[in-house]
Every structure is written in C-alpha cells, then in structure tokens.
Design a protein around this ligand. Structure first.
Ligand SMILES: C[S@@+](CC[C@H](N)C(=O)[O-])C[C@H]1O[C@@H](n2cnc3c(N)ncnc32)[C@H](O)[C@@H]1O
Length: 289
C-alpha cells in the first residue's frame, strides 16, 4: 500500500480539514450541484455512491443533506488512504460509511466490485503520480454497476496563475508580477519536489473513452470572478503546506529564490485584489449498460 506520509504532502490537521470544507463550498458555488445533472440515479433499489480520496467527506455530507431533503434513500461510501480527517463514525448520517482504500490498488475488494451507481473523484492533482490516472480509472470502472457513472472534478495544477481583479484582468493596471513569480517558481519547485505532472487533467475525457465509457461531460472552466477570493485563500493554504516540502534552506528547490521574500511580495499584490487560480475541470463518463 502507498504510504500517504511519503506520497501526499498536505497536513493531517484541522487546518487542512477546514480547507477541505472551504473547497467543498467553492466547488458547489461554482457548479451549482454536487452530482452532475446528467447523472440519473435509479428511482428505487440499492442505490450506492462511492467517493475515492474523500478527505473529511465534505462532498458526501453535502450529498447526504440533499438526499435527505429529497427523501431519497441512497447509500454513501467514502474511501481514503488514511482516515485522518474522518468525522467520528457516531456523527455520520445513518446512510454513510467511511473506510480505508488505496484508490490506486490493484486489488479492489470483491465486495466493492460492480456495486456502485456513481463513483466520484475530486482534487487528485497532488495525488496522481507519473501523469497517469489510469489505475484509478480502471478501479472506478470495476466498482461501477453497468450503466453507472464516473464523475471526476479536478483542478489543473499546470494552469496555476496570477489574475488581476475585474472582468477583464488582462486590461487591468494592477500589477501581478510578484504573484506571477511566486506562482511560477512554486509550481516548478513543487513539481520537482513531488514528481508531479498535470497534463493528465486535460485528457480525462479521452481516458474515460479509452476505458470503454461514454463521455457525458468533459469541460474546463475558469473559476467565477466572485469565487476568486475563496480559491485564492484555499490555494494559499495549500501552498503553505507545499512550501514545507519544496523549500530547502530557505530557497525553493531548483532556484535561488527565497520563499519568504516571494511570499511577502506576492502578499502585497494579493492584498490589492490579485488572485491565484487554477482551471476547474469536470469529466463524467458512463459505463455501458
Ligand atoms: C485534496 S484532498 C481532496 C479530498 C476530497 N476529494 C475533496 O474534494 O474534498 C486529496 C485526498 O486524497 C487522499 N489520498 C491521497 N492519496 C490517496 C490514495 N492513494 N488513495 C486514496 N486516497 C488518497 C488524501 O488523504 C486526501 O484526503
């Protein structure tokens, strides 16, 4: 089994769990839904949804509230490599269970094969190694019932950028130079430190097709202007964790840039309304009936 402490950089504390709740709010505010509107769940029977790398189960909890309002009976199952952010099991809704599972395992337990109407994956941008999400797509496919859906919501780490305020940021007179330098150097440095590549995020639709799924959705979006602040806060929190790994002797790996200085200079611009953003991607595939 992969060792999360070696393979995943983000904190195991309440700060990261809090960031995951912010991230849930951000995705739902951007999309207006948790489950893609084209996903049709059966009206009755044993309806089941699984979430890989579920973190603190914020997405599942949001779904649980929606289903409760709709009086829909759906079993919700979350998996993660470590349950460090899991709420107490006694505090979960009755229809939710959380377990431990490596999303990239080559042995999906039999009890999960062909059992799910939807498998969901979100924000694996710092998890997928070697630019290759295929083992996870294969596992999700195995876990789906015929006609089931794989919904993958992702940030494209490679599109990390500094954005001036307003609807036409390219025409803004606000300087983004220091933020751009911080973003570019930390992107390159964290990629080196963690061996991350991001081009797979733009190939999810074609990878779903390669695995025999019908592609229902494959879209890339800029975050809405009104949500740039929330995305900036979330990315800066994430970056402060990444910096712990990617900074050696005060400098970023692969450059002579001093992290504190880059961060402070970018902070001045961010205080003037500059944002840091990444493209958001949603891909939905359907397993044949
Ligand atoms: C950025 S968080 C996203 C959490 C959640 N999907 C969300 O959107 O709120 C990535 C999650 O993947 C988990 N993770 C990392 N490697 C994993 C693996 N090999 N298998 C399953 N989960 C993994 C981490 O523990 C973390 O909870």
């Amino acid at each position: 089994m992969a060792d999360l402490r070696k393979n995943y950089v983000i904190s195991h504390g309440y700060d990261e769990s809090g960031r995951l709740y912010l991230q849930q709010w951000l995705w739902k505010s951007q999309l207006g839904w948790d489950l893609h509107p084209a996903i049709k769940l059966p009206e009755s029977g044993d309806v089941r949804i699984a979430d890989h790398g579920c973190g603190n189960a914020a997405w599942l909890q949001s779904l649980a509230s929606d289903f409760e309002r709709q009086q829909k009976n759906v079993s919700l199952v979350g998996f993660d490599l470590l349950g460090v952010h899991y709420p107490a099991s006694d505090n979960l809704p009755e229809n939710m269970k959380l377990g431990i599972l490596d999303a990239f395992t080559d042995e999906i337990p039999e009890e999960h094969v062909g059992r799910y109407d939807v498998v969901h994956v979100r924000v694996f941008t710092a998890v997928v190694k070697n630019d290759d999400p295929r083992p996870l797509i294969q596992n999700a496919y195995k876990m789906l019932k015929p006609g089931g859906y794989l919904q993958w919501d992702e940030f494209d780490g490679g599109s990390f950028k500094a954005v001036a305020p307003g609807s036409n940021p390219e025409q803004s007179s606000v300087s983004i130079a220091a933020t751009k330098e911080m973003v570019d150097t930390s992107l390159e440095s964290s990629q080196r430190a963690m061996n991350l590549k991001y081009s797979w995020t733009g190939r999810l639709g074609s990878l779903f097709q390669e695995h025999g799924m019908e592609v229902i959705e494959d879209k890339r979006m800029d975050v809405k202007k009104e949500l740039r602040k929330a995305m900036t806060d979330s990315l800066l929190m994430m970056l402060s964790h990444v910096a712990r790994i990617a900074v050696r002797n005060g400098s970023l790996i692969g450059t002579d840039k001093n992290w504190e200085e880059l961060w402070a200079n970018a902070g001045d611009e961010i205080g003037q309304g500059v944002s840091v953003t990444m493209d958001m991607i949603v891909a939905v595939g359907r397993k044949p009936l």
